[in-house]
Design a protein around this ligand. Structure first.
Ligand SMILES: *Cc1c(COP(=O)(O)O)cnc(C)c1O
Length: 354
């Protein structure tokens, strides 16, 4: 048997997640991964590298709980929110039997994680306004153990209607876990559903330090849920998911000062976003700029492929969303510095035919 044949069938058939980094590109304006454009500075304070780290570093857990307004028992820290997505599948879905459900167009890792574990991926397309199609979801719940809903949604930028989220939680009581992915919630904190944990034992909220906290390279995310759910996830998590430097820097980022700096960043990005939105609307190549509650804009172009390619060749790297259901002609643009936003607009205004 070849090595390839030795691999599990679902792994042989797996298409890995096309992360921005894997897609490559040679740029100096990176607007394809929803990162913060400037590196924050940290010094390491812990030097005990001869020792294994804590599985769930107490200071990080305490600070995130205080920041999110939940109890320590309701917080799990992991190697990015992506690991949280995966732990839920490992804890709740029986391969070959159970299914996860999500509503495209949305974040790609739900599908990839499920596929890796041989768990069925069921999709219910979002409605034309990108809200949940509740009747269609209700009709598709057989064997569904886990539902992912992303709000604000990546890549569309819209919030999901809180009344729909409530209806979804009511519909799934005693049947499935509902994971609300709040990776971008710092850009619209009033919309968080974390306060609903007391009402719904099956609610899970996913968070990250990768976006508003400007720490995508740290790999640190959080799963918020009631104690019973967290206890199950702790059974399947690796014994040492966070290295000592990661825990050290995460704790600093979550200090009162760190949270204050994050809020300044959010205000700066929001200002750049409205500037870019207005400027894009005035570009001849732009068909529509969708409104956004996050640190990116989804833009429909009359001809997205030459736009993507021309900017790529100039070192301005955007994310092509053209292949996602309902997103033909759409590119996603991360909000960078004001100067980077200006570079995008200048490039669009000098396109052939602009
Ligand atoms: C970026 C992102 C994540 C992953 O966050 P990490 O903590 O970097 O793993 C999860 N969900 C959505 C919607 C994202 O955009």
């Amino acid at each position: 048997m070849s090595i390839e044949e030795l691999a599990r069938k679902n792994v042989r058939e797996l298409t890995p997640y096309q992360s921005a980094r894997r897609l490559g590109g040679k740029g100096d304006v990176w607007l394809n991964a929803n990162e913060y454009p400037v590196a924050p500075e940290f010094q390491l304070t812990a030097q005990t590298f001869n020792r294994y780290p804590e599985c769930q570093p107490v200071l990080v857990i305490e600070r995130y709980a205080a920041y999110a307004g939940v109890s320590k028992e309701q917080v799990l820290v992991s190697r990015g929110a992506d690991e949280g997505i995966e732990l839920l599948i490992r804890a709740f879905c029986e391969p070959g039997k159970d299914a996860i459900l999500f509503c495209p167009p949305t974040y790609g890792m739900y599908a990839v994680s499920a596929e890796t574990f041989g768990v069925e991926r069921r999709t219910v397309a979002a409605k034309e306004d990108w809200q949940l199609d509740l009747p269609a979801i209700a009709a598709s719940l057989d064997n569904v153990k886990l539902i992912y809903a992303c709000s604000p949604n990546n890549p569309t930028g819209n919030l999901l209607d809180p009344n729909d989220l409530r209806a979804l939680l009511e519909m799934t009581k005693g049947k499935a876990i509902v994971a609300i992915d709040e990776a971008y919630i710092e850009f619209c904190p009033q919309a968080s559903v974390v306060g609903w944990l007391k009402d719904y034992p099956h609610l899970v909220v996913l968070r990250t330090l990768s976006k508003a906290f400007a720490l995508a390279g740290l790999r640190c995310g959080f799963t918020l849920a009631n104690e019973e759910v967290i206890a199950l996830l702790l059974k399947v998590i690796a014994p040492y998911p966070l290295s000592t430097p990661v825990a050290d820097i995460a704790a600093q980022a979550l200090s009162a000062e760190g949270v204050g700096v994050m809020r300044q960043r959010v205000a700066e990005i929001a200002a750049n976003r409205s500037w870019l939105q207005q400027a894009l609307q005035a570009c001849a190549c732009v068909e529509k700029v969708f409104s956004s509650e996050s640190n990116y804009l989804l833009v429909r172009f009359f001809a997205s492929s030459p736009v993507f390619k021309t900017l790529w060749d100039q070192g301005i790297i955007l994310r092509d969303q053209n292949k996602q259901p309902g997103l033909s002609g759409c590119l996603r643009i991360t909000i960078g510095t004001r100067n980077e936003c200006q570079r995008v607009v200048d490039a669009l205004n000098t396109l052939p035919g602009a």
